[in-house]
Design a protein. Structure first.
Length: 267
């Protein structure tokens, strides 16, 4: 959920966290609100919270599902049919609509501009850049960056350029991402740091963690990521930027954090 200051709600994806958000909304006795839900893709971990989103059962509310794929309604209905779910999509009493967009489209909702970016993932996924006044955040889940990422004109860099916050999919280490998990549609912590640095992102938030990792292992993953960030800064400074063609001293990202359930960030 991106709190833009609007009375309407801007929500990115519909995974299990949607249920907890619904509890917060219902506790505030919200009624007659519009919820804009931008879906990255339709793998279960990104839509399974939708049937449990309580505001969708209130006739006074309005739900608008946005996405870059064709067939948004068909896919969401399929999730809530026998034998997968006990009640049908038609049980949702809110006014529901679907808006299909194309890569590069800019959608103006919640006093913000939301830009779609097509990403490399099985079946494709879409990242979203949200701009509000002079602030920008990027939500980039389920995206695998190949060798093209090392090119100077990699399009993703323009998508994340100067963002105050980049929420970046990185369940793997570099060795895992180019090993037996290549082509799984995800990225690494090292790639996240590199792209955030080149895109001059202020804060990098790693998420979509490997579910096989314990809390302790996630802490070690975070430590490894921060160490890589520190080493890369030192390496660039020692490259003697006064030499033509040498890189300039690296300061971005300012920080790298590990996301967790319930995390709230101000930008």
């Amino acid at each position: 959920h991106v709190d833009t200051g609007s009375e309407d709600y801007l929500i990115l994806d519909g995974g299990s966290g949607l249920r907890a958000l619904a509890k917060e909304i219902m506790a505030k006795k919200v009624s007659g609100a519009t919820f804009h839900i931008f879906l990255s893709h339709f793998h279960y971990d990104h839509i399974q919270g939708i049937p449990f989103f309580a505001p969708a059962y209130a006739p006074s509310n309005r739900i608008v599902f946005h996405g870059g794929h064709e067939g948004i309604e068909k896919f969401l209905r399929a999730q809530m049919c026998e034998p997968f779910f006990p009640i049908s999509f038609d049980t949702l009493a809110a006014e529901i609509s679907f808006e299909e967009h194309k890569p590069g489209d800019v959608v103006e909702v919640c006093d913000s501009r939301v830009t779609l970016f097509q990403q490399n993932h099985p079946g494709l996924s879409y990242g979203y850049r949200v701009e509000n006044q002079e602030k920008a955040m990027v939500y980039s889940t389920d995206c695998e960056h190949t060798n093209e990422a090392h090119s100077k004109n990699y399009p993703y860099l323009d998508f994340i350029r100067d963002a105050d916050l980049l929420i970046f999919d990185a369940p793997y280490t570099l060795s895992q991402s180019i090993g037996n998990r290549e082509h799984w549609g995800h990225s690494s912590n090292v790639m996240g740091v590199e792209l955030a640095a080149r895109g001059e992102v202020k804060t990098l938030a790693i998420f979509h963690h490997d579910p096989n990792l314990s809390d302790q292992e996630l802490c070690e993953f975070h430590s490894h990521t921060r160490k890589f960030l520190d080493r890369s800064r030192i390496a660039v400074r020692e490259a003697k930027p006064g030499i033509p063609g040498a890189p300039s001293p690296r300061s971005h990202p300012y920080d790298v954090i590990m996301s967790y359930d319930g995390l709230s960030l101000n930008i």
